[in-house]
Write a protein that binds this ligand. Structure first.
Ligand SMILES: Cc1cc2nc3c(=O)[nH]c(=O)nc-3n(C[C@H](O)[C@H](O)[C@H](O)COP(=O)(O)OP(=O)(O)OC[C@H]3O[C@@H](n4cnc5c(N)ncnc54)[C@H](O)[C@@H]3O)c2cc1C
Length: 557
């Protein structure tokens, strides 16, 4: 929403000079040549590529300087912003509208006045109170200095084995990059899955892939204690298992940096982030806060939440600058669109996942699809696994998760836009997306998701999920006998879909027939045959691929 605040040229101080802070400063300058703008950054660098840090450790990014997007000098030249690195803001005096700053290299302390203050201090890695956590062989990764420490340790100690504690995106990126660097890697995760933003059955594809790539996963198994010996680290897990390694990366989550705001009496929200209004103002209207440090409104669930991602931080920085310069813009919320490379796979998500939806009273349905990224007849087609969550009965798109390789990024972004635009699954059917054989299909996976969901909502097909199957349920496999012989759901019957019309008399008429094929499409055709012949049928969404993934991941064994 646009409007106008009253505005006059100002002195704006910014705490934190990376994603949110640097964006805010650049936008401020573009809008106001006269404002006095100072960035205070505690670390040595501003505007560095946090998201690229793991890839330097793995040497995909070979030149360390490529991570340093701006220097204080380049920022001064381009934007006429006074950037003070190694400068920590230690206090805000709201009454006097000043901040106290310590120059970390000299210990000098001084005070600076502001008209407006922007807080973009980010989030710090969580360090749980575990015995041995302060060992010098335990590292966290937040900034360039952390990256250099890890890199130096690997080089000096000729490190061969690492444990990564925590399997969120930083943990998994580190696992891959340490593996690329030639180390053997074990990942320890307290939850029973990696990537908590995904639902477990979608994370299962990553579990298989990580195992195939030689990364040992210890899931459902937190770190109990750590013991540093002369030349190694012993990591004891809650299960009693002991892991030995040269060093460990701790990536068990981040916590908003709110100390400064809290001590200044600014309101802190229920999730522990700085509370801001829709204009990104804190409880003091002259102080704005942005990025990982703030609580945002979840775009789908409408509750307060913390979503520490670079995209929202950058955009909030721009918006805070707009508002300071008199443009009245409101922040609509964050939907948590995220993407991650895990070796040859890409995992992506947007909106709500089922774990969070199941805790609300929102009526939802889900479906699973396994679709090629482009026309199957064009060489190199790769399968992507899609989970779509949508509201019942209206079909509002609530969330999506995709795991695959090529083309995952494009589909998740289309679905992210659909969520932002408040679209329904019925709208997905109509989206006109770019198509030529090397890139897509006449019916893009996003359209197919729309068709499949619309079929469910308008009653064209009744579905069931594998987790809902009960002992004794009649299960019909409509793949070819050869496919059936290669692997099937226990106790299922096989009638190939092309023979179904002539073999209907082999089916029970007094119960429900649960139909499946490989991905759910042939079984949908079978479902339509059965339904129109008076049978009570259910299409098992996601087919044998979804079943096998979930079963292999132990839930259905
Ligand atoms: C290894 C890694 C990989 C990531 N990968 C991705 C990714 O692929 N995609 C994605 O969306 N997000 C990713 N992120 C998250 C993303 O980097 C953050 O969401 C984003 O940087 C947040 O921006 P921010 O401005 O809130 O905080 P930051 O960018 O962290 O900047 C905050 C800065 O404030 C400084 N500071 C704090 N307090 C003070 C103080 N009192 N005085 C002076 N300075 C202070 C800190 O030193 C810090 O440099 C990654 C993060 C890391 C660490």
């Amino acid at each position: 929403m646009e409007g106008k605040f009253s505005y006059m040229a100002k002195k704006v101080l910014i705490v934190g000079g990376v994603a949110g802070g640097a964006s805010a400063a650049a936008r401020l300058r573009r809008l106001d040549e006269k404002a006095k703008i100072i960035i205070f950054e505690r670390g040595d660098y501003i505007s560095f590529a946090n998201c690229g840090l793991p890839y330097y450790i793995g040497r995909t990014i070979k030149n360390r300087d490529d991570l340093l997007l701006q220097t204080p000098e380049s920022f001064k030249k381009r934007f006429n912003v006074d950037v003070r690195v190694k400068s920590e803001v230690v206090k805000i005096n709201r009454r006097k509208k000043t901040v106290d700053v310590i120059e970390l290299s000299t210990g000098n302390k001084y005070t600076e006045k502001y008209d407006r203050l922007i807080l973009s201090p980010g989030a710090e890695p969580v360090r749980p109170a575990i015995d041995g956590i302060d060992s010098s062989r335990i590292f966290t990764l937040r900034n360039v200095a952390d990256m250099d420490r890890i890199d130096e340790f690997i080089k000096t100690n000729n490190a061969k084995k690492a444990v990564v504690a925590g399997a969120g995106y930083i943990g998994l990126e580190m696992a891959e990059n340490l593996h690329d660097r030639g180390l053997s890697v074990q990942v320890v995760e307290m939850l029973d899955q990696v990537m908590p933003g995904l639902d477990k059955e979608m994370a299962a594809y990553l579990h298989t892939h990580l195992n195939e790539r030689g990364v040992d996963l210890q899931l459902g198994n937190g770190v109990r204690s750590i013991n540093q010996t002369k030349s190694s680290l012993q990591v004891s897990l809650k299960s009693g298992k002991e892991l030995e390694c040269d060093f460990a990366i701790l990536s068990v989550g981040v916590r908003s940096e709110v100390k400064l705001a809290k001590e200044a009496g600014l309101e802190i929200g229920s999730c522990g982030g700085i509370k801001v209004n829709e204009y990104l103002q804190t409880s003091d209207p002259d102080i704005f806060a942005i990025g990982d440090a703030v609580e945002v409104r979840d775009l789908v669930l409408a509750n307060a939440t913390l979503i520490p991602l670079a995209g929202p931080a950058n955009k909030q920085g721009r918006m805070a600058a707009d508002n300071i310069c008199g443009r009245k813009r409101t922040y609509p919320g964050t939907q948590g669109t995220a993407i991650l490379k895990v070796f040859d796979l890409t995992a992506a998500m947007t909106g709500a996942n089922e774990k969070s939806l199941s805790k609300t009273d929102i009526e939802y349905e889900k479906l699973y699809l396994h679709q090629a990224n482009h026309a199957g007849y064009y060489p190199g087609a790769k399968m992507m696994h899609i989970k779509l969550l949508f509201g019942k009965p209206e079909g509002r798109i609530l969330g999506a998760q995709i795991v695959g390789s090529d083309g995952v990024d494009k589909r998740i972004d289309v679905l992210a836009v659909a969520i932002r635009a408040g679209m329904t699954v019925f709208d997905l059917q109509e989206l006109e997306l770019a198509y030529a054989p090397p890139y897509g299909s006449g019916k893009d996976p996003v359209n197919i998701a729309g068709f499949a969901a619309a079929n469910i909502l308008d009653g064209t097909v009744k579905i069931k999920h594998f987790t809902e199957l009960k002992k004794g349920d009649f299960i019909l496999d409509v793949r070819t006998p050869a496919e059936f012989d290669r692997g099937r759901i226990p106790n299922s019957r096989n009638i190939y879909v092309n023979e179904l019309r002539s073999r209907l008399d082999e089916l029970p008429t007094d119960g429900t027939i649960h139909v499946y094929c490989t991905v759910g499409f042939r079984s949908y055709i079978a479902y339509r045959i059965l339904e129109q012949n008076g049978f009570d049928a259910r299409n098992m969404t996601g087919g044998y691929i979804t079943y096998r993934t979930v079963a292999n991941d132990s839930q259905l064994r």
